[in-house]
Design a protein around this ligand. Structure first.
Ligand code: C5P
Length: 220
């Protein structure tokens, strides 16, 4: 084992989508693959960190050498983050569903022959990033959030940093013409309290390495 700059540090990473059940066989989901979160967890591990990798049902496999905690729903993800604390840093890369179905049922909903499809009633999910950023006791020293935007990326992401109370925001432009959503590359802007840094377009692995190095530098 090569001693890395994050040796002895614990980092919590959330990744992937969440699934919000409608009934035992149906759910609401989103298109997150978990690729960027997985790459970040691997890079943090490579720098020596102990990583708690809390993942929704992603399409890419989790990295080796991290503590994998599998969850389905946003509420399970929140509880898993709470159970994984304390941590030196938290990187919230998951695409958490904003809403869940409150009238979910534990038996399969059947077509009843009438013309009335079931009406889904939704309520807001807990915002895990805001919650962890606002912890009065046991807040990680560094909390990193993500912002996927299609326009006014820096302006929207800077506002999000303030609203959520996190330290850094990794902003990316997910306009369809960028091909970033679901692709292998990413073009991100790192927003920190002391400035904004636009990184050139590069592979998601390279973004992860650079972010892990920045995290190591901040925790030094
Ligand atoms: O508000 P929005 O979903 O755009 O914020 C994105 C950031 O917030 C990401 O870091 C995401 O992981 C986090 N988030 C969260 N819990 C939610 C919604 C978003 O942790 N319920």
């Amino acid at each position: 084992v090569v001693p890395g700059p994050l040796l002895g540090r614990h980092v919590v990473v959330t990744s992937g989508p969440t699934h919000e059940p409608i009934d035992p066989v149906r759910y609401i989901a989103n298109r997150s693959s978990g690729a960027q979160g997985t790459a970040i967890a691997a890079s943090l591990r490579d720098l020596g960190a102990k990583v708690s990798f809390i993942t929704g049902p992603a399409t890419v496999p989790p990295p080796d050498g991290v503590d994998v905690i599998r969850v389905e729903t946003a509420r399970q993800m929140r509880d898993a983050v709470e159970a994984a604390l304390p941590a030196d840093a938290a990187v919230m890369a998951a695409a958490v569903a904003d809403w869940r179905v409150i009238n979910a049922v534990d038996r399969k909903i059947k077509k009843d022959g009438s013309d009335n499809p079931p009406a889904l009633e939704m309520t807001e999910n807990p915002d895990i990033l805001s919650w962890v950023s606002g912890l009065e006791q046991g807040r990680p020293a560094l909390v990193v959030g993500f912002a996927a935007e299609t326009h006014d990326v820096i302006e929207n992401a800077t506002a999000k940093r303030g609203r959520k109370g996190c330290d850094w925001i990794v902003a990316n432009d997910v306009s369809p013409e960028t091909g970033i959503m679901g692709g292998d590359e990413n073009a991100v802007t790192l927003i920190r309290p002391d400035g904004v840094e636009a990184w050139p377009r590069m592979g998601k692995d390279a973004v992860a390495r650079r972010l892990a190095e920045a995290i190591a530098g901040a925790l030094e």
